[in-house]
Design a protein around this ligand. Structure first.
Ligand code: TYD
Ligand code: MG
Length: 460
């Protein structure tokens, strides 16, 4: 590490690892040619690391019982889906990192929340590093947020922002985006790992000391991480990712870290003319364009956060002209898909080695749970056999390597959602059927193996 004031260090631009001299390969993430020289400021004494600026004395130990509980003060952002993902609203003095692809709607979502908060009497400072105040105004006009009383600051110096915060003492500051901020402490260019990290640290320290909530907007790089990969995630309280397929209007807001609430909670939005609208019935939105009677389409009941959501899994299997047939999965784990294709080949004698297999989760949702397996194999089988899956069927369940269907959690929640959306047949792991309460109008069928599943759906 650095021991003298005003030295330089070589910092990996991918993982943030420090090295005292230049190295071709990063000792941390083993990437090549990623170390860049950065000026490092005087290192503060260890004891002051976790102490807010201004509080010079080291903290004294306190009995746990005498620490005030429930001290977090929450405010509604006026957007129910956002509140839910935050764990019930915006916590005073918390720092939130909002990441996502450019153009996905990060500025729009934030400005809408700012507008509602400003109208409820919270002072809001919007630091526009990326756009001019005129551009922010244009967006605000579109969202009807112009007269909410939001202050706009076109600034890219982190020190200047902190100065303004000290003078204005707003309840919320938004930095759009953190990549445009730079601090005088470093000589490197804005956007580099060091600059992003130092600027964010400066704002975080201020937020903690002053009680100003802080939203840092960050672009996600091609590798899928916020620039300065992960260097900000441990620094902030909450990490939200805004996802979606740019071509679709549906957007999903996901919490991947939350010190003030549950993670893996999601909010669903739809981008429209007047900004982002909350989607109450996510299943209906994701199934809106489902084709009728088309082979290669299966409906999955998945659990997103605490909610069940129905989504359509689409598969297209077609003869390949390549020596190495293509396996493309959008919204699904490619490794998991490869495994399922192997199971279909080996256990169900389905010939796929000379076929291209394309899989897609319609609507741009990303599904991570193994419960998607059953819908994935069904969609593939349906495409291979060129026979549609019955329209009224919803499926879920994990598939094992021997072609067995394994139990997954929350069967009852999924059945209820299927019934609510008007589906009449649920196909689920046999192990989940026992002990399920009967539901009016829904037929529940348990399957223990893939052969049984395909027989049931007439896909053999
Ligand atoms: P924006 O919030 O600027 O994205 P980000 O900050 O993540 O880069 O939103 C970009 C897109 O959203 C842009 O293509 C225009 C579209 N949009 C709408 O469709 N409706 C609206 O009301 C607004 C404000 C934007
Ligand atoms: Mg933006």
């Amino acid at each position: 590490m650095v021991d003298k004031a005003r030295r330089t260090a070589f910092v990996c631009q991918q993982c943030g690892q420090n090295a005292p001299r230049w190295l071709g390969q990063c000792p941390g993430c083993e990437a090549w040619g990623t170390l860049v020289e950065e000026a490092v400021q005087e290192v503060r004494p260890r004891t002051s690391r976790h102490v807010a600026p201004g509080a010079a004395a080291a903290a004294a130990p306190t009995p746990l019982a005498s620490v005030a509980s429930g001290a977090s003060i929450r405010r509604s952002t006026g957007i129910g889906e956002l509140d839910r993902v935050l764990g019930g609203g915006l916590v005073q003095g918390s720092v939130i990192l909002l990441g996502g692809d450019p153009g996905i709607g990060k500025s729009t979502l934030t400005l809408q929340a700012c507008s509602a908060l400003a109208r409820s009497g919270v002072g809001v400072l919007y630091v526009a590093g990326e756009e001019s105040p005129e551009q922010v105004r244009l967006r605000a006009d579109r969202l009807g947020a112009t007269d909410a009383g939001i202050l706009v600051l076109p600034e890219t110096s982190a020190e200047a922002v902190v100065e303004q915060l000290a003078a204005l003492r707003p309840g919320l500051v938004v930095v759009d985006s953190i990549q445009t901020l730079h601090t005088q402490a470093l000589a490197s260019a804005p956007g580099s790992v060091g600059q992003v990290r130092e600027s964010a640290a400066l704002l975080t320290a201020h937020a903690k000391a002053s009680g100003t909530a802080c939203v840092l907007i960050g672009h996600v790089t091609k590798e899928g991480s916020i620039a300065g990969p992960r260097v900000l995630e441990h620094l902030v309280d909450t990490v939200l990712y805004f996802e979606g397929d740019g071509a679709h209007a549906l957007r999903v807001l996901r919490a991947v870290k939350n010190r003030f609430g549950s993670t893996n909670e999601v909010g669903v939005f739809e981008m429209g003319e007047g900004g982002l609208a909350e989607v109450e019935n996510a299943s209906a939105a994701f199934l809106a364009e489902r084709p009728v009677g088309a082979p290669g389409s299966a409906v999955l009941a998945t659990i997103e956060g605490s909610r069940p959501v129905l989504v359509e899994i689409q598969a297209l299997v077609s003869r390949s002209g390549l020596a190495m047939p293509r396996r493309t999965a959008i919204g699904l784990d490619p490794g998991r898909v490869a495994l399922l294709i192997a199971v279909l080949e080996k256990r169900c004698r389905m010939q796929l080695y000379d076929q291209d297999v394309f899989l897609n989760v319609a609507g741009g949702l990303r599904v991570d749970e193994p419960a998607a397996d059953l819908a994935v194999v069904t969609a593939v089988a349906s495409s291979v056999r060129a026979r549609p899956v019955p329209q009224d069927v919803v499926l879920w369940g994990e598939v094992g390597l021997t072609g067995e269907v394994r139990s997954v959690a929350r069967a009852e929640t999924r059945i209820k959602e299927a019934a609510r959306q008007g589906f009449t047949r649920c196909v689920l792991p046999a192990g989940n059927v026992r002990g399920l309460p009967r539901l009016e109008g829904v037929q529940v069928r348990g399957v223990a193996a893939l052969d049984q599943l395909f027989e049931l759906l007439e896909l053999v």
